[in-house]
Design a binder for this molecule. Structure first.
Ligand SMILES: C[S@@+](CC[C@H](N)C(=O)[O-])C[C@H]1O[C@@H](n2cnc3c(N)ncnc32)[C@H](O)[C@@H]1O
Length: 275
């Protein structure tokens, strides 16, 4: 594994084993887990499971839908959506360790027949044209330079008129990002678009923009609620620290400042592929 982004996320050791050990230490039985038991580690984005459900709610999904999750991580969003909407979800991610762990975690919660994960690059999707009814991508483009290719690839693999939901971290107007943050320890693998860049990128990729929602204020409150809860009752059994390592608390402190000082913004875009 030589890709610097995959190295940032992948860490060392088998991720599913580490997660299982943490859960067992907290008294959880792996054979009777619910998807919500994993949300503190597998919904790897600001505002967690709630944000996934909000985004998916805009994608016109039914039990017959085929959804692509671009940058699927540990597979939390894919499992949440498959469970709630009954659809099939294909996850694609650059980090091999995440793809492997995503498959194991899916078998723990009985969703292995609804979700699958494959290694690949969002800027060169290994899928044919018009394969999916919809696509989503959550907190992924921050690591990608060629966002024009990422969005035109998403458009290519989604059927004409299908929806694409994007929930991402953008560059805010408050100044440079303070590092480390969960997607990068330093600027060389961090590539944030501005809201203005996004409008052009999506339009140029052949997407019609249906809705934009800036959740920056809610994102800050989300972190504050989590910090308060952790002060009162300690961390949940398993957290992003499992794979991000010892500087995770510093990443959280920086995220709170980055949001409060509007160095970053969280924004959702709901698009439709142009026919
Ligand atoms: C912050 S995590 C978010 C994971 C997941 N979307 C979630 O919300 O739980 C970012 C993910 O993007 C993936 N990623 C970064 N660059 C990528 C690329 N070029 N192609 C595919 N995945 C990529 C990383 O491997 C990582 O799993």
């Amino acid at each position: 594994m030589t890709n610097p982004v995959a190295l940032h996320y992948g860490g060392s050791g088998t991720l599913a084993d580490k997660i299982a050990a943490n859960l067992k230490n907290a008294g959880k039985d792996i054979s009777s887990l619910a998807t919500t038991d994993l949300a503190s580690v597998d919904e790897f984005h600001i505002r967690g499971r709630k944000a996934t459900l909000e985004l998916a709610g805009h994608l016109q999904l039914s039990a017959k839908s085929q959804l692509l999750d671009i940058g699927s991580g540990l597979g939390g969003p894919a499992r949440t959506v498959a469970e709630q909407f009954g659809c099939r979800v294909t996850g694609l991610d650059l980090t091999p360790a995440f793809c492997e762990a995503a498959a194991v975690l899916s078998s723990w919660v009985g969703l292995a027949d609804k979700v699958s994960f494959q290694e690949g690059d969002a800027t060169r999707l290994p899928m044919g044209d018009d394969t999916f009814d919809a696509a989503m991508t959550i907190h992924v483009a921050m690591n990608i330079v060629a966002k024009d290719q990422m969005y035109s690839e998403a458009k290519r693999v989604v059927k004409p008129g299908g929806r694409i939901g994007i929930y991402d971290v953008l560059q805010g107007e408050g100044g440079d990002v303070l590092y480390p943050v969960p997607w990068a320890r330093e600027p060389s693998i961090s590539h944030l678009a501005t809201p203005d860049d996004m409008k052009h990128l999506l339009m140029d990729a052949g997407l019609n923009l249906l809705e934009v929602d800036d959740s920056t204020g809610e994102s800050l409150s989300w972190f504050q609620v989590i910090m308060d809860r952790m002060e009162k009752s300690g961390p949940p059994p398993v957290t992003f620290q499992t794979f991000l390592g010892g500087d995770f608390p510093e990443m959280v402190r920086n995220q709170i400042r980055n949001l409060a000082e509007r160095r970053i913004r969280t924004v959702t875009y709901i698009c439709e592929t142009r026919i």
